[in-house]
Design a protein around this ligand. Structure first.
Ligand code: NAD
Length: 404
């Protein structure tokens, strides 16, 4: 059982408790501008602000935090938020900070001990940030650690953002393809539909399949999890069958054996060679992405073919992918986009904000105060750092193991 900073602050008398236990002053939630370049999303939207203020929270939004997602300050103000210019005023007295990306070092240093920060933390790639939050006694919840159980579906930000990413990947593929996607019968002749191949039919892959189908393409898909076949077929796409079932724990894929990898490679290469657009989404949590398209496979692709590598940031599913860049090799365009959900920032922010609203409901008691202990299994699983300790085992080990 983990004691929440709320009870610690109440014990110190810094949070006046009203009769019945309800906080006499509203809990302040701060929403800063996202600093990393290319990040256009914002952690809350006016519709959610309206609901949170009705529930008794005070919401502070940093000036222009929603501007890049097309949520101007005046919309937030009309929804009941206070717009704050400058971080001192934003964080002063804030109990909770909502983020999309991990907080910056400067920001962590500005937060009071016990402040709760919620957002994507990408801990394996941000160990310095984790250590800084630990040392500053920040309480951080990492949304990528929310367990994928039915009760947590409304707070599954990995899925909501993968949905946004899968949609953008299909559009990006169509935009870079020199062909029409649908079949056309015109006075100038008949156009054959383009073939789109999706490798990895998880949340992003399924959304890419649905989007490419709507654009009129012939869609094929492959996943190491045989269970994905039914979902692929229900979207009207063809599922490529390989005599391997690599379903691992919790619905995720396990790593293939060397022999399985050779068989997979042969089948995937043949499908890649006949595709006009290939969208790759294959990932194994916590590991480098598997290479599914080798340099040799690219050489066998059609001129004008496009690869959208959604795994670019975790090493890439194509051997030639360079994260954040577009590579042209023998007439094939290989795009390794970063942060695809940010390209549909308006709706990606809306979905993310609703995920956070659902997550916040776990932190609040019926009387409106913060929970005294983190006993809910979703809170326990997603608690990254708390009270000067790293609570997530794998991250603790990466930081040198030992005690929490
Ligand atoms: P992910 O981003 O971890 O991986 C994407 C896909 O790539 C997965 O479908 C995976 O099987 C596939 N893949 C991995 N290695 C591959 C390879 N070598 N070749 C081809 N494909 C490969 O996946 P995700 O979108 O996060 O979803 C993972 C699973 O979790 C799915 O079964 C999904 O339905 C499930 N899920 C459950 C819930 C829930 O119950 N609340 C929510 C979201 C997702």
């Amino acid at each position: 059982m983990v004691t929440s900073p709320a009870s610690a602050q109440e014990a110190q008398g810094t949070v006046p408790a009203a009769p019945g236990g309800k906080a006499a002053i509203p809990i302040v939630i701060a929403v800063p501008c996202e600093r990393p370049s290319g990040e256009q999303r914002v952690a809350t939207v006016p519709e959610v602000v309206q609901k949170l203020t009705k529930s008794g929270f005070e919401i502070r939004i940093e000036h222009d935090a929603g501007a890049d997602a097309y949520y101007p300050d005046e919309f937030f103000r009309a929804a009941g938020a206070k717009i704050v210019d400058g971080r001192t005023g934003l964080f002063n007295g804030a109990r909770i900070v909502l983020h999309v990306q991990p907080p910056t070092p400067a920001e962590i240093d500005q937060l009071a001990e016990g402040t709760i920060v919620i957002g994507f933390m990408n801990p394996a790639n941000n160990l310095d940030t984790v250590a800084r939050m630990r040392d500053r006694k920040i309480t951080a919840f990492a949304l990528e650690l929310v367990p994928r159980i039915t009760r947590a579906q409304s707070m599954d930000a990995l899925s909501s953002q993968a949905t946004a990413g899968g949609y953008v990947a299909a559009i990006l593929g169509a935009d870079n393809c020199p062909k029409f996607l649908p079949m056309l019968t015109t006075a100038a002749g008949t156009i054959r539909p383009a073939t789109v191949l999706i490798l990895g039919a998880g949340v992003a892959g399924l959304m890419a399949i649905a989007t490419a189908k709507r654009l009129g393409a012939i869609v094929e898909a492959y996943d190491v999890r045989r269970a994905a076949g039914e979902q692929v077929r229900s979207l009207g796409a063809k599922f490529l069958e390989l005599e391997i079932n690599a379903e691992g724990q919790g619905g995720y894929a396990r790593e293939l054996t060397p022999e399985e990898k050779v068989k997979e490679q042969e089948m995937v290469s043949a499908a890649v060679a006949r595709a006009d657009i290939v969208i790759t989404t294959a990932a194994i949590p916590g590991r480098k992405a598997p290479v599914l398209i080798t340099r040799k496979t690219v050489a066998a692709m059609r001129p004008g073919a496009v690869v959208i590598d959604m795994a670019a940031e975790s090493g890439g599913n194509c051997e030639l992918t360079r994260a954040g860049e577009t590579v042209r090799e023998q007439g094939v365009t290989i795009i390794g986009p970063r942060n695809l959900p940010a390209r549909v920032a308006f709706h990606a922010s809306q979905m993310y904000a609703k995920n956070l609203q659902a997550f916040l409901s776990l932190l609040v008691e019926r009387d409106g105060g913060l929970v005294k202990e983190f006993t809910d299994e979703i809170l326990i699983a997603s608690l990254l750092v708390h009270a000067g300790a790293v609570c997530h085992g794998p991250t603790r080990e990466m930081l040198g193991g030992g005690k929490a």
